[in-house]
Design a protein around this ligand. Sequence first.
Ligand code: GLY
Ligand code: MN
Ligand code: MN
Length: 461
Amino acid sequence: MTSALHAQRRARLAAQLGPDGIAIVPTAPEQPRNRDTDFLYRHDSYFYYLTGFTEPNAWLVLAGDGRATLFCAPKDLEREIWDGYRLGPEAAPGVLGVDEAFSVATLDSALPRLLENRGTVWYPFATHAGLETRVDGWLQKVRARVRFGALCPEQQRDLCGPLDEMRLVKDAHEQDVMRRAADISARAHVRAMKTSARMLRAGQEVREYHLDAELLHEFRLGGSQYPAYGSIVAAGANACVLHYRADAAPVRAGELVLIDAGCELDGYASDITRTFPADGRFTGPQRALYDLVLASQDAAVAATRAGQRFNDPHEATVKVLAQGLLDLGLLDANKVGSVQDVIDNRSYFQFYMHRTGHWLGMDVHDCGSYVEPTQVGEVSERKDPLSGELIKNRPSRILQPGMVLTIEPGLYVRPAEGVPEQFHHIGIRIEDDAIVTENGCELITRGVPVHADEIEALMRD
Ligand code: GLY
Ligand code: MN
Ligand code: MN
């Protein structure tokens, strides 16, 4: 990635800070796992967006005039022998394009000077434990100098606001990385499907972790650093547990497997779900539900284009699912009424209890407001039909080219009175990643088949 791209982003952000504004952006802390072992390090997404720098112990300070100062770990031969290479402040300006860089050890002494005579301090609110306290400490030191003529910033503002808006629309470079991440993840899903069928055909025992291993293999083979989130590999009834994780349950012929897994590549997430028959052949009831979920996804895809609202794909999905649940007898029209009643009363919620998508980017549930910023003042109230809670509604976000979201309808059938037994314990979700375009959307995850016939064909070969 070029430092010019990050310099452009910093310039765009700086222009929003005001001439007397200054922004402070820390990267993520290292997280201890146990004793002296840490979790695998993952940088902070805001920090990475503005610097492209992935080392821990680093801070960016960006002034309203665009001047960028980096604080990073100093060169230290002994630490580098143990922990690895450090860029160091001497090389940082040349490599990252920041104006100057200093050792992070000087942060506490340097920050009061940088904040002095500024009007507004910006930093991401409620994202880094203890950050507010550190800013307070620096401001106290500025205040101690007011009697010598220094001015102390009078305002603190949340940097997430402008940064979230910037991150919401992905530039060409980001879209390119996301397409590559999606390709790797699609290959991983194909590999898991094929492995499941091959092992079962060979009479081998298959467990969820075998398929998880296939995903990881393909992620790393493609150059991905790590999964973008904990992979869900759910065999049989486990698919009805929305946040299930790959575990040790047996994968049996005749049952479905739901895999929700995506790799992270160079800081960007992908997020794919496929549900397939463990041995490569759908049963009748499985196929009926699968085709319904797919039809609801098709409707959502058709509703995803610039000018539509974020909620439109969800509403399109719900319409198709509501009709299908009545047609298949999962909901009884004598009890729940018409399709419109099912929608209005949220009767479908018994089988479909999540939303149809979310923003996707550096974070799998990416930042960005779901409310249309030009209409935040247009508040309406409605009573939730299930909880009775009074909910404040604001108009949903209008989609723009370059926004990236997931489209992920599902159905999860737990045994209950009146629910036909043939559908019990079936859980299905189909999830693709879409880049919004002027006239529609680009599904970047279709390297893995989604039609039931195509899945069966893939698993036969
Ligand atoms: N894998 C997380 C999600 O689908 O939202
Ligand atoms: Mn998702
Ligand atoms: Mn997912």
